[in-house]
Write a protein that binds this ligand. Structure first.
Ligand SMILES: [Zn+2]
Length: 480
C-alpha cells in the first residue's frame, strides 16, 4: 500500500458492435465483440490503472532494457504494429501478465528469479503470444467487458468474505485472465518461436518452469507465483518444451547469463517494508509516516491499496485505506451518502491530535445488516479512512476492539522505523568451489538457503564452480 491508490474502476465503453476478425496467429476467422482499436483502448485504460495501483519499479535503465528486449521480439511477431509496452512492476510477487492491445508486465519479483536474458525472453515471448493470438480479447468478449466495472473505490463491500479477494486481487482480478490450457500451450509455442527467432536458447524457458515450480514451494513470506497458479502444470510444460527442442523444432544458443545478472545488482527483493509492515500487533508505514495498532489474533493483509484485518470468525473487519476527498468531513459525507448506509453519532473527535470526522453507521446488504464505526483522519495532507464493522449480531462483541484500533492511529516518529530499508540483491563472484551450504556460510543472506537455491537455479547437491556470478540477498532487517 505504498501509494494506497484506489482503483477508480475500469470504465470500458463498449459500443456493442460485434465483428468477425481474422485471428493474426491462426489466420482463422474469429467472432469477437472487439475491434483492434477497441482492444488497444482497453489495454491503455487498464494500463493506467495497473501502473497506478501496482506501481512501476523505479529504475529507468531496467525499464528501458525490458522494453527494448520485448519490443524486439514483438516487432517480429504477427502483430508488429501494436503499441507494444513492457513494464517492470514494483511487486515482489513472482508474476508476469499481458493485457489486450500489447501491454505486458513483469514484476521485480519474477526478474529477481531469472538467471538469464533468455529466461526473460521466454516469459516475455509467452505473454506476447497471449496478445498476438488475442486470447485476452476473446476472453473479454465472453465475459462481456461491460461488467469490467471494477470497484475497489466503492466503499462498503457487502460480504465479509468478499473483501479478502477484492483487496488481494487489487481489483484487477479480471485482468489476470485465466486462460484455457490450450491458450497456454499456444502461448508457450509462440513464445518459443519468438525467443528463438532472436537466437535465445529454448532450454532456458524449460529451466524457467522448473525454477518457478521450486519457487512456489519457497518460504520466507514469498507467495505462490501468480504466473504459475493460473497456468497448467509447470513440469509438464517444461517437458513439452524440451520435446520440441529434442525434435529440432526450435533451437538457439544465446543465454546472456552474466549480462542479465548484472542488471539485478541492488534490486529490491521481497516485500518492501517502506510500504508498511507489521511488528506484533502494530502496523508501521515508514513512507507515509504513520502507525496503528490492529486487534490481536485477527487475520491481516497488507496490500498497496490498504490494510485489513478480519476476525478469525469472519464476522468483523477493520480496513485502513485512503479516501479521495480533500477533508475528513467531505469524506464522511460521501461515505454516508451511499445507498443503504445510515449514519449516526457524527462527531469530530481528534485522533492523537489529528483532525478527524467520525460516524457510526448501519448498512443493509443483501446478506444482512452490518454495524460499524468509521473515522476519516487527516495526516500529512492525506485523508485516511479507518473503517471497522461487524455483522449486526456481533457488533457489541467487536466494537471496542475496532474502536481502540482506530483510535491508535498516530504519526510515526521513531527514526528506527522511519529509516527501515528493504532487502536487496547483491552479486558476488565465487573465488572457490562451493556447495550451497558453504556458499551461504561465506556469503550470508537475509533469506533462507532455499530461496538462494531457487533464485540461483541451484539444486541440492550441486557444486558451484569457482568464478560463478551468484545472487545473494542482503539487508532488510526490521527493528525490534
Ligand atoms: Zn500464460
Amino acid at each position: 500500500m505504498r501509494t494506497l491508490a484506489l482503483i477508480a474502476g475500469l470504465t470500458l465503453t463498449l459500443t456493442g458492435v460485434t465483428s468477425c476478425a481474422v485471428n493474426p496467429v491462426t489466420g482463422q476467422r474469429q467472432f469477437t465483440l472487439i475491434s483492434e482499436a477497441q482492444e488497444i483502448e482497453i489495454g491503455r485504460d487498464a494500463d493506467r490503472d495497473i501502473t497506478r495501483s501496482l506501481g512501476v519499479y523505479d529504475d529507468d535503465e531496467l525499464q528501458a532494457y525490458v522494453q527494448a528486449l520485448g519490443e524486439r521480439m514483438a516487432r517480429d511477431s504477427e502483430r508488429p504494429d501494436l503499441p507494444w509496452t513492457f513494464r517492470v512492476l514494483d511487486d515482489p510477487v513472482v508474476n508476469a501478465f499481458a493485457l489486450p492491445g500489447g501491454y505486458i508486465y513483469v514484476t521485480r519479483g519474477i526478474l529477481a528469479h531469472f538467471s538469464s536474458e533468455a529466461e526473460l525472453a521466454g516469459v516475455l515471448g509467452h505473454e506476447i503470444g497471449h496478445v498476438t493470438a488475442r486470447h485476452g480479447v476473446t476472453r473479454v468478449s465472453r465475459a462481456q467487458i461491460a461488467q469490467l466495472g471494477l470497484g475497489l473505490g466503492t466503499v462498503l463491500v457487502p460480504q465479509l468474505e468478499g473483501i479478502g479477494g477484492e483487496l488481494a486481487g487489487a481489483g484487477l482480478g479480471l485482468l489476470f485472465l485465466s486462460y484455457s490450457r490450450d491458450d497456454e500451450r499456444q502461448a508457450d509455442d509462440l513464445g518459443l518461436n519468438y525467443m528463438t527467432a532472436e537466437g535465445y536458447d529454448p532450454r532456458e524457458m524449460a529451466a524457467t518452469f522448473e525454477m518457478l515450480y521450486s519457487a512456489s514451494g519457497a518460504e520466507d513470506g514469498e507467495r505462490i507465483p501468480g504466473w504459475l497458479s493460473s497456468h497448467p502444470d509447470p513440469l509438464e510444460r517444461r517437458d513439452r518444451i524440451l520435446a520440441r527442442v529434442d525434435a529440432g523444432e526450435v533451437s538457439g544458443d544465446r543465454v546472456e547469463r552474466e549480462a542479465y545478472l548484472q542488471r539485478l545488482d541492488g534490486m529490491v527483493f521481497g516485500p518492501n517494508p517502506r510500504e508498511g509492515f507489521f511488528r506484533d500487533d502494530v502496523f508501521y508505514h515508514p513512507d507515509l509516516a504513520f502507525r496503528m495498532n490492529f486487534p490481536a489474533g485477527w487475520n491481516r493483509l497488507n496490500q498497496r491499496e490498504g490494510v485489513q484485518a478480519v476476525h478469525p470468525d469472519e464476522d468483523a473487519l477493520l480496513l485502513l485505506t485512503l479516501a479521495s476527498e480533500s477533508t475528513p468531513g467531505a469524506a464522511r459525507d460521501a461515505f454516508l451518502s451511499q445507498e443503504n448506509v445510515t449514519g449516526s453519532n457524527l462527531r469530530t473527535t481528534a485522533v492523537n491530535g489529528l483532525d478527524a470526522a467520525w460516524a457510526d453507521f448501519r448498512a443493509v446488504t443483501q446478506d444482512g445488516v452490518l454495524r460499524g464505526t468509521v473515522a476519516f483522519v487527516r495526516h500529512d495532507g492525506r485523508i485516511y479512512r479507518l473503517l471497522g464493522y461487524a455483522v449486526e449480531g456481533q457488533w457489541s462483541a467487536r466494537s471496542s476492539a475496532l474502536r481502540s484500533s482506530i483510535e491508535s492511529f498516530r504519526p510515526l516518529t521513531e527514526a528506527r522505523f522511519l529509516d527501515v530499508q528493504p532487502r536487496q540483491i547483491e552479486l558476488v563472484r565465487t573465488d572457490r568451489t562451493h556447495t550451497l551450504t558453504s556458499f551461504n556460510e561465506h556469503h550470508p543472506s537475509t533469506v533462507s538457503s532455499q530461496v538462494i537455491a531457487t533464485i540461483n537455479r541451484i539444486r541440492s547437491g550441486d557444486t558451484i564452480p569457482s568464478g560463478t556470478l551468484m545472487k545473494r540477498v542482503v539487508g532488510g532487517q526490521l527493528p525490534d
